[in-house]
Unconditional design. Structure first.
Length: 255
């Protein structure tokens, strides 16, 4: 899965995003509409590995692509490798070790990883070899992803880990230089993350929706199309509620 082939030939990120305006948990969750000749791709999600096969398959078989996103410090997400092992009799790999389709269904799975890169998170997809380690900064992470023929997406660029009770903060002016530097390296920017919610209307917990508005402006400033992801954690209802549309005929060729 060559990154340029994926981005250009397959038409990834070249179509309008689906699910803009959708926020998980604090607004009604409506699935993105089906578009003829298109496949919805939610490339950044962490569904639980501990649910029943019936419930897990119900999610995986739903039309669209789900990126089964590993994060090094978490043990709960279902990984691509585990899905292949559990459902090998139902899956056909299109790109071995990276991308597969359920036979007689419209569901796809994609191996992805949310790479910790200093204070940023970079989504890696289509990369060769084993999962990537932690990195001290974004440049080293993106360079490694590219050396492995992968695609690097800048996840939630304005959400930063924090040691406070809230655990996260929204990036401010002091972070802009580092954010812009990272934008110059990556292949795409996550312009909308559905977990950026405002559960307490900005009281106690910050209004994370502001981070999406900033990310969308950032993507436009740097000329990116912008990706949309559920970033679902544990839930099996949320993956593939939103995402980006890909040309179906560009990804459905089984080798």
């Amino acid at each position: 899965m060559n990154r340029r082939k994926f981005l250009i030939a397959a038409g990834a990120l070249a179509l309008p995003c689906a699910g803009l305006g959708l926020y998980l948990n604090d607004e009604p969750m409506h699935r993105a509409p089906v578009r003829e000749g298109k496949v919805l791709a939610d490339i950044h999600a962490h569904p639980s590995r501990y649910r029943s096969d019936r419930d897990t398959l119900e999610m995986l078989l739903r039309p669209g692509i789900v990126g089964l996103t590993r994060y090094t410090t978490e043990s709960h997400p279902l990984t691509y490798e585990e899905a292949i092992s559990r459902y090998s009799n139902l899956l056909t790999e299109i790109d071995r070790g990276k991308f597969a389709r359920f036979r007689n269904a419209a569901g796809y799975i994609l191996r992805t990883q949310e790479v910790s890169a200093g204070k940023f998170h970079i989504l890696a997809l289509g990369f060769d070899g084993n999962y990537l380690p932690f990195f001290g900064d974004a440049r080293k992470a993106v360079d490694c992803i590219h050396r492995r023929n992968g695609i690097a997406v800048f996840n939630h660029p304005y959400i930063f880990p924090d040691r406070s009770f809230v655990r996260y903060r929204i990036g401010g002016r002091e972070d802009e230089d580092a954010i812009h530097e990272a934008c110059a390296m990556v292949d795409e920017v996550e312009a909308f993350n559905a977990m950026c919610i405002s559960p307490t209307f900005g009281i106690v917990f910050p209004d994370m929706k502001a981070a999406n508005r900033k990310a969308d402006d950032l993507a436009k400033e740097f000329g990116f199309k912008g990706t949309v992801s559920s970033d679902a954690h544990s839930s099996l209802d949320q993956p593939k509620l939103c995402g980006i549309y890909l040309e179906a005929k560009g990804i459905c060729v089984e080798k």
